[in-house]
Design a protein around this ligand. Sequence first.
Ligand SMILES: N[C@@H](CCC(=O)N[C@@H](CS)C(=O)NCC(=O)O)C(=O)O
Length: 237
Amino acid sequence: MATAGVQEVRVPPLTSTSEPPSLFDGTTRLYISYVCPFAQRVWITRNYKGLQDKIKLVPIDLQNKPAWYKEKVYPESKVPALEHNGKVVGESIDLIKYVDDNFDGPSVIPSDPAKKEFGEQLISHVDTFTRELYTSLKGDPIQQSSPAFDYLENALGKFDDGPFFLGQFSWVDIAYVPFVERFQLVFSEVFKHDITEGRPKLAAWIEEVNKISAYTQTRADPKELVDIFKKRFLAQQ
Ligand SMILES: N[C@@H](CCC(=O)N[C@@H](CS)C(=O)NCC(=O)O)C(=O)O
C-alpha cells in the first residue's frame, strides 16, 4: 500500500489531444488540475487516508481540456470530479465527505459533537472567506483581507488539543489550506505583506500543516500560482 510519505510522480495532464481513460471500467479516478484549489482539497483527503492505490489521479489541462471530459465524464466540465462505482460525483466539499464516508483510512471528520458542530460552522463559512479574499484584490488588499484572516486566527483559538482548527487535522484544514497557500504567497510576493503578522495562531497552523505530507505533496509550484493570480486576478499589477 502506498503511504502518505511516498512522493508520487506527477504525470502530465491530459489535453485536447489525449485519449480518455477506459471509463467506467471499475477504476476509481479523481479528476483534478494540479493548480485548482478545489481539486486540491479532495487530493489531500485521498492522500491523508492513504488511498493512493485505490483512487487514481487523473490530471486535466484546464487550458486545453479534452472534449470527452464534458461529454463522457462530467457535464459540469469542472474539477474535481470522482468516478466511482459507475457514477461521477463533483463538488469539492461534498467530495471530501464522500471520500471519507466511502473509503478506508483515518476519518477527516471528527465524531465529537462539539468538534462536529464547529467544523460544520467553519465549512459553511469557507466560501465567504474565499470571496472576501478575492474581492480584496480589487481594492486595498491588506486592509480588506484583514477580517478574513482574523476570522481564522479567532477560530484557531477554539480547541487547544492540537494546532489545527478542530485540534487534530480535519476536513476544515483541508477546505481552507489551498486558499491560504495561495493568498499567503500572493500577499507576500505581490504586496510584500506577511498575513501571519500579529496572528501567531495562523503562523503556527501554517507551520504545522506544512508538516502534513498528504498536503505538501499537493502544493502547486509557487511561481505558477503567482503567474495565475497576476493574469486572472491582478491584471493591474
Ligand atoms: N464549487 C466547485 C468549484 C470547482 C471549480 O470551479 N473548478 C475550476 C478549476 S479551479 C474548474 O474546473 N473550472 C472549469 C474550467 O476551468 O474549465 C467545487 O468546489 O468543486
